[in-house]
Write a protein that binds this ligand. Structure first.
Ligand code: VTB
Ligand code: MG
Ligand code: MG
Length: 314
């Protein structure tokens, strides 16, 4: 629960940078705030995934030790802002994210920046298979959900690399929700029951994949991933590091424990959480906290006193 303070802080500190066209400044503000608040949380976290490397963005460093130095030994994966471009543009769906799991449990294929992913809710168990054509996965999931394929919505990052995938989804009869960024929120929305999205697929960041897996465990959803090297160099680096390319990785492979925590706070408004809102003396944040052990999904609305957040040393 304490972790949510760190994503709240990161989201609040990113606010002055919303719509300012400077994504690194937004990310930097979020990183600093997150680092500062994590230092007060009772755990011994080692940053396994700091994100930002692919985009050369500011980040918490891999191997960085966070927490107050007492308490459980953990792996931590952070994305102080997933959606820095969204934030800089003033668009929706930017969130601040932290995932925590037992020490040594997070898979860390840092040689490969991208991963193919497929995420669904619990209905996809034993049904979804990354190796099947997307149309078959959609039809099978629709049947399991008792829905018409025409009523299915599949979230995909809007990227040229997904042109064929998007065509195939539509050919199956399902609709797409094209995301500008933010496939962590897309995956969670897909895993939530009664959500508008039934499935999230496509090639996104590997760090976001591990983070999503932590959340999916808390939602009892289904996730599969497969490393997607962009070129021969990444391919050989991955093989030399011992990664088995082509293997379908389950949520259990991505995070080898059922003891995971996931927290996120909205920076800008989105389908999962609302963005930071300032009204007179109050700043309101909207967050989600997921604890896999108990399977509890919490929504946390916090009202912060604006005067405590103004000024540099607040
Ligand atoms: C996705 C998306 C992220 O990186 O994982 C993506 O969810 C994949 O890379 O918000 P490209 O943007 O290069 O396609 C982000 O866009 C940024 O972290
Ligand atoms: Mg990201
Ligand atoms: Mg980021």
């Amino acid at each position: 629960m304490e972790l949510v303070r760190a994503t709240e802080a990161a989201a609040i500190r990113a606010v002055p940078w919303i719509g300012r066209g400077n994504k690194n400044a937004a990310d930097g503000a979020a990183v600093d705030a997150m680092r500062k608040f994590l230092a007060t949380v009772e755990f011994q976290g080692e940053v396994v995934i700091g994100e930002g490397e692919k985009d050369e963005a500011p980040m918490l460093f891999n191997g960085e030790v966070v927490g107050n130095g007492r308490g459980p030994l953990c792996d931590i994966a952070v994305d102080p802002i997933d959606g820095t471009s969204l934030t800089a543009a003033g668009r929706q769906n930017a969130i601040s994210v932290i995932a925590v799991a037992d020490r040594g449990s997070m898979y860390n294929p840092k040689e490969v920046f991208y991963m193919e992913k497929i995420v669904t809710g619990p209905a996809g168990k034993g049904i979804i298979d990354l190796e099947r054509p997307i149309g078959e996965n959609i039809t099978a999931l629709a049947e399991a959900l008792g829905k018409h394929v025409e009523d299915m919505t599949v979230a995909v990052l809007d990227r040229p690399r997904h042109e064929q995938l998007i065509q195939d989804i539509r050919a199956s009869g399902a609709g797409t929700e094209l995301m500008l960024d933010g496939d962590v929120a897309g995956g969670i929305n897909a895993a939530l029951q009664n959500g508008r999205i039934d499935m999230c697929v496509g090639i996104g960041g590997t760090p976001e994949g591990i983070i999503t897996a932590c959340a999916i465990k808390g939602l009892d959803g289904v996730m599969q991933g497969r490393l997607y090297p962009r070129n021969d160099e990444e391919r050989s680096n991955a093989v030399n590091a011992g990664h088995e390319l082509g293997r379908v990785l389950t949520a259990d492979d991505l995070v080898r424990t059922d003891n995971t925590f996931f927290v996120c706070t909205g920076v800008t408004d989105g389908g999962l959480v609302r963005g930071v809102n300032r009204e007179r003396d109050n700043i309101t944040t909207d967050s989600v906290v997921l604890r896999a052990r108990s399977g509890t999904f919490r929504r946390v609305t916090a009202v912060h006193r604006a005067d405590k957040w103004l000024g540099d040393d607040a």
